[in-house]
Design a protein around this ligand. Sequence first.
Ligand code: SAM
Ligand code: SF4
Length: 439
Amino acid sequence: MSKTFYIETFGCQMNAHDSEKVVGTLVSQGYSQVPTPEAAELVLYNTCSIRDKAEQKVFHRLQQFKKDHGKGKVFGVLGCVAQQEGQSIFEKAPHVSLVCGSASYNQLPDLLVQLESGNKRVTGLSLDTEETFETPFARRDNPHRAYITIIEGCDKKCAYCVVPFTRGPERSRTGESVLGEVHQLAMAGYSEVQLLGQNVNSYHDPSPAGWDFATLLRKVGNVSGMRRVRFTTSHPRDFVKDIIDAIDENPALCNHVHLPVQSGSNRVLDRMQRLYTRDDYMRRIEWMKNAKRNIAITSDIIVGFPGETAEDFEETLGLLDAVGYDSIFAFKYSKRPNTPALRYDDHIDEDEKSRRLAIVQEKQRQIQIVRNALLVGTVEEVLVEGFNKATGQWIGRTSQHKTLNFIRPGDSGDALLGTYLDVRVTRSGPNSLAGESVN
Ligand code: SAM
Ligand code: SF4
């Protein structure tokens, strides 16, 4: 078998970084990555299954390339969809030879050997693991910002969520291995690192050092050369004030916290099994509002959860006002296999979910117009991430994770990519800021 592969990823940063690790593992096994499925012998899809859309996409893609199967291509499905659908993928798409869930990537080298010896039904589907997928081989796409997984899986059991079924039990990497990787990345020229996990703040170092998340954050923030440290996602139940204190102490820790609330109604939060009340959540928001630094707060919202009444929905809208989020991801509730909410008998129809989603999005747009306008006149440090030839503007990212497009006469092309500059904000819109470089 010739050793070329193509990989396509659908889903969140966790999935994107999993793919970087899979690519690194394959390359270390003698494979080379090619840019199109047509050019590859091994075609891999790494797919999230948080909502049903991504899942439908992967089956569509598999159908699309089915006709090529006779020409010797080998197909594999990785990630959450693989874990969730398991062996049934072989029935739905008989040309697939490899099905490997995200808790089993450690086994990839073995699975590849089985594939190479002609095995047509190779699976890695065990969730029974205490290990994390650590690899020295991750191939990172972005030259300035690197993702690092610090905790995998999830032990919470939110009533709507497939993650505990697809990513297995919660397990943290040792603090030493995380710090080791951050040092290596700094030496390789990365200046921004993003700590990843379903619930990063549930982190607990399994080594005798026993660091909690705030301790890890402080250590990573002190690594020389790492100018920006981000982390996502935090779970409100495990969010302690020490995390805010750490951000206040060290400017390398970005002033942005993503703290998904899901709903503003205690009744819905309880039915979601989220483990906190609206008051608990608002207390954490107060810590952030009272911080020395101007911390941007973002969130995830689910609309149309089973049984969500008009009053419950109003409470969510009220919460958006009360917090004043810098941005949100809002989703319509999506039925997921195995989850407790599937069995609730008061599901909301799709049209009503769509109506509520549109209302939430419009309300949040108005909030963002006001929030972003407050930054006009301030000077923000940006990491330069791109250049827009059409507008002649550089694209920067602030510590708060806002996009700040700016002009800087005299420079164009790639000259400034990866550098940090101070930019005065002169205009604002709902989704971005505009300004001019001051240095
Ligand atoms: N662990 C994080 C937390 O608890 O806040 C969230 C991780 S989850 C991968 C990302 C987001 O997907 C969730 O915050 C939720 O808003 C959304 N989500 C998860 N399951 C969903 C479902 N069945 N329908 C709609 N949105 C869902
Ligand atoms: Fe899913 Fe809840 Fe775990 Fe987040 S905490 S990954 S929403 S089960």
